[in-house]
Ligand binder design. Sequence first.
Ligand code: 5GP
Length: 206
Amino acid sequence: MKIANKQKKTGKIFVISGPSGSGKTTLLGKLIQDREISKLLIKSRSLTTRPKRSQERQGKDYFFVTRLEFKRLLKTKKILEWTRYLGYYYGTPKQFVDVQLKKGKNLGFCLDLKGAAILKKIYPKNTVTIFVLPPSLKTLKTRIKKRCKCTAKQEIAQRLSLARREIKACSRFDHCILNKNLQVALGKLKEIIKKAIFSTGGTNGI
Ligand code: 5GP
């Protein structure tokens, strides 16, 4: 006799967080390109009202929307979680997450601390939070400047000041990775993700 009660597994959520310039976006991007991980993980794309940087692509890096559109989506409950970062809005599209999780897909997110805490609260059993630490504040400054030459001095200063505060939250995460060498950090991230996907247990951090 066949057992009818075959429960479908929900996907896992991996939230990568860390200060601006820590390399979290690069790490998630590389991870998604990895042959092994690309079969296991889908990247979530956020909505943002921030202006597009020259190397960024609409729908690939973010869904760039107007403030009005963002507010409309928020009002109609199309956004799962959102934040305001240095005056711009960022949010996770709700439907995408619901559909993919129901299909049992694993999702990768790059969010600020608030976003990581909210996803952990909504999905406590299947969310793994990972904090990416930069080797130093000096490296962070260089990375922020290099990433976008048009980033205003004032914005660089704001991102750095926020980074100092964010780094202190590292211990609240399930895992913390030092991004001194990209390949080493990527290897550690892969290990964490594979272990979580192939294990059945829950997680502890924020
Ligand atoms: P950036 O402007 O550097 O691309 O992003 C600024 C910050 O917003 C980063 O910490 C990034 O991870 C975060 N972020 C991007 N999208 C979202 C989102 O949908 N929700 C939340 N909570 N944070 C986001």
